[in-house]
Every structure is written in structure tokens, then in C-alpha cells.
Design a protein. Sequence first.
Length: 250
Amino acid sequence: MDLKKIHKKLKWLDPFTYVDLYLMPRVNPKENEAIGWVVYLASAFIFAWLIYTGLGLLLGTQSPMMIVVSASMEPLYHRGDIIILHGTTAEGLDGPVVELGMPSLQERELASFASPSYSGRQIQSIEFDSGQSLEITQEGSVVVYWSTHLRKPVVHRTVAKLHAGDGWYVLTKGDSEQNSTVDQDCGQILNGRPQKDCIELYPVPIENLQGKSFLHIPLVGCVKLWLLDDLGSLLSTGKLPAEFKKGNFC
């Protein structure tokens, strides 16, 4: 095996080979170091965007990758893990189906059609007005959705797929014991304000999901969290972000 020949062929897979051969001679003929760094940094951002966009097209989602920023899915995912997503439908999600027989669930709070049951602080089941009882398990698919209440993406598990007249919705929950109830258990909602602390005000329409997790890469996202989240929080507030959990590597 000729390693030199293999290396020579592999270099054509490196996009910066083309930057050196075709771009640098045109924009930096005098080989100015500062200009060279600017070109390389700009090229890196462009290549990253192209890869991210191409991956999204391939996987059927605008958000093909996500960095886990909290401990809410431990022990499955840890802070700093990267998860890979693909687009999904109701049929593509694992989780129990609840037929509600309602014309619409659009902006209907959980308390208006179901009653959660608890053992201590931990939710155990949900009784629906339709007569169906649902036990809360960790057997559903892990999905990512944008929480309009918290204004950030959430990585949690589907605990129920709800079918109403206007389509499919999901109820979600984090695996960690610190996430003691479903994200949508807000109590009554008056003028957009929930009665209880919660993560998302209403069941999430399937079409609003950013994707379903099918692969994860441990701790690769830590560098981003250290540089942007942790360092930024320390500089601005003197404290680590609320999502940081003592004892975690990242």
C-alpha cells in the first residue's frame, strides 16, 4: 500500500485544497498573512453552511444537527452531545396513539381535555376526556421542537401522539428525573400565561417538529458550549448558565 499515493488522492476531498489552488492566487497574490486568515475563515464558514444545508436536504429537515445544552435527557443524552435529526411524520414516530375525537387541538391546553396523575412529584399517567388512559413511559421517539414559550429548541421524548380533526400532535417529556411532568402540563392558560411552570403551552403539531433523533455523537459540541454559552455567561453574569450541571464533563 502506497501511503503517499493515497494521501495525494485524499487531498482532493479537502475543500481547502481548492482554496489554495484557485482562490488564494486571485485574492491574495502577495501572500499577506492577515488576508490569508480572513480567506480561510470565510471559506470555513461557507463550507460549514454548505455541508449543513446539504445534510438538511438529504435528511428532510432544516435543522439536521442539534447540540444538547441541558441534562433533561440524561442518561440517554448529556450536555455537549450532538444529535443528528431527520424529518418525520406521525407514522414515523414511536409512541402510543390517543384518539381524541376533537375537531381541533390548535392552542388547546392539556388541562382542557386531560388530567395528569402523579405519584409524589413524578407524573405516572394521563386520563383523557375521551376515556383513554395513558401510562407515561420512555418508549417513544426523541424529537426536537421549537418551544414558543421558552423561545428555544427542546430535545425531549414523545410520550403520546394525539389525533384530532385537524391533524396529529405530540406530548413530550424529558427522561431525567428532574423533568417530573410532560412539557405541556401548564394548568389553565389565561391570556397566554400558564397557571404552572411549564416548557410548552400547547401540544406540538407534528409539522412543527424540527426532526426525529436517529444518531448522536457524544460530547463533540462541548467546545461550542464552553466558548459561547459557558464563557459568555461567566463574562456577562459571573455565573455558569442555568443548564450547566455540576459534575458533568461539559
